[in-house]
Design a protein around this ligand. Structure first.
Ligand SMILES: [Zn+2]
Length: 410
């Protein structure tokens, strides 16, 4: 097994404080040591005036929309309107899925994102084409609001998830994703969470994203009810009156790791439940998508104060101009001035890895983790993490200890 060591002006392990003049030793695909000169194994490459970091982990994405050059619809439009456009776009996207997914993976990797929590609607084979490609936690999407369709939707999703799990090295996890309360019957959510528990797999669900969703849950009314009626999908017995997002969190908590995506309208009850189940429940905040729809201010401070694990995702190019997770971290810091560079970086690395159940694989520089690394040049003399977040100009990337960007000469 080949071994070598990288030296950088600052090594940023994330799981421990930055190390000035630090070393990261790599043996094969994994990190063998992190620290001072005692960490050296094999030949040393001095990277110079850079910060050496773990590759970022984007907790939430839909790569199938990566060919879009601008978000769908108009900023500030209600979510149900946007969803109607997504349904139209998806038919077109399905025909170009392989190219779009490859473009999204290349864009992500160039930004230093080496692992993606991907909501997968296609067969797992569409992810196997691009090389090099980020690692994936595939969350196979389920859409089925009527109880009558539950069996067939469940069987399809479970079969795709099992196929992807067998697919090999770049798929780190293969889980499931009931899309949202307005597209999935609550009993199907529970069934998928139980499936995830049985496979030790993650589950993700869009939850508490819009006021219209809360209206549907509370009273079976509003624009989402109309959308379901138009498609003859409304099932009057599915959602009892007075339902809250916390009722879905209770179902999701059966899985070992569950990601509640967005949570823009989580209230005290949800926050309390999330904090009490922090080991298995996380919230994915997508700041620029939140901004695109013009939602109420995001409850980040309340969630973090309560101890909820909140991590970062880009969502897709259908609601975001690009897939750069650094821009997401910067947006979060601008919107929430008390959020430190250290916390923002954690939300894009170790915390997002933990949300997906991958904290022992990726998201930090520590012994045994994959050697998925990125460098950001340093020009200033100030706080290293502030400079990294501010610049976020990724110049080199390694996957499994192999330099992939810029592409090696011959
Ligand atoms: Zn999403």
């Amino acid at each position: 097994m080949s071994a070598f060591t990288l030296r950088a002006r600052w090594v940023v392990p994330v799981a421990m404080p930055p190390i000035e003049g630090g070393y990261v030793a790599i043996a094969g695909a994994r990190i063998a040591a992190v620290g001072g000169p005692e960490a050296i194994v094999g030949p040393v490459e001095d990277l110079g005036d850079v910060a050496l970091l773990p590759g970022l982990v984007n907790a939430h994405c839909h790569l199938e929309f990566s060919s879009l050059t601008r978000p769908l619809g108009e900023p500030g439009s209600p979510l149900p309107q946007w969803i109607a456009q997504v349904i139209v776009e998806r038919k077109r996207a399905d025909r170009n899925a392989t190219a779009a997914v490859a473009a999204g993976m290349a864009e992500s990797l160039a930004a230093g994102v080496t692992t993606i929590g991907e909501i997968a609607t296609n067969q797992p084979s569409v992810y196997a084409t691009a090389t090099p490609r980020p690692r994936l936690a595939l969350l196979h999407e389920a859409i089925g609001f009527s109880a009558a369709r539950s069996d067939s939707v469940f069987a399809d999703v479970a079969s795709r998830a099992e196929q992807a799990a067998a697919d090999g090295a770049s798929v780190l996890a293969s889980g499931v994703s009931p899309h949202a309360p307005y597209t999935v019957h609550p009993e199907l959510v529970s069934r998928l969470a139980d499936w995830a528990a049985g496979r030790d797999a993650p589950i993700a669900m869009h939850l508490a994203e819009s006021p219209e969703e809360l209206q549907l849950l509370a009273a079976g009314a509003g624009p989402f009810r109309e959308l379901l009626d138009q498609r003859s999908m409304w099932d009057p017995g599915a959602i009892p009156a007075g339902t809250r997002p916390v009722d879905y969190l209770r179902r999701l908590a059966a899985a070992p790791r569950a990601l509640a995506v967005h949570g823009n309208y989580f209230g005290a009850e949800e926050i309390e439940f999330l904090a009490a189940h922090r080991d298995r429940l996380s919230v994915v905040y997508c700041p620029r998508t939140h901004g695109y729809f013009g939602h109420e201010p995001y409850p980040l401070a309340a969630m973090q104060k309560a101890g909820v694990r909140v991590v970062l995702g880009t969502d897709s190019r259908a609601s975001n101009p690009d897939l750069n997770l650094w821009s997401e971290a910067r947006a979060a810091m601008e919107l929430h001035p008390t959020l430190s560079p250290e916390a923002a970086l954690g939300m894009a690395t170790l915390d997002s890895a933990g949300a997906l159940g991958l904290e022992n694989q990726v998201g930090s520089l520590a012994i045994g983790r994959f050697a998925d690394l990125a460098t950001v040049p340093l020009v200033g003399e100030g706080d290293v993490l502030a400079e990294v977040l501010n610049s976020s100009n990724v110049t080199r990337i390694w996957l499994a200890g192999r330099s992939v960007l810029p592409e090696p000469l011959a």
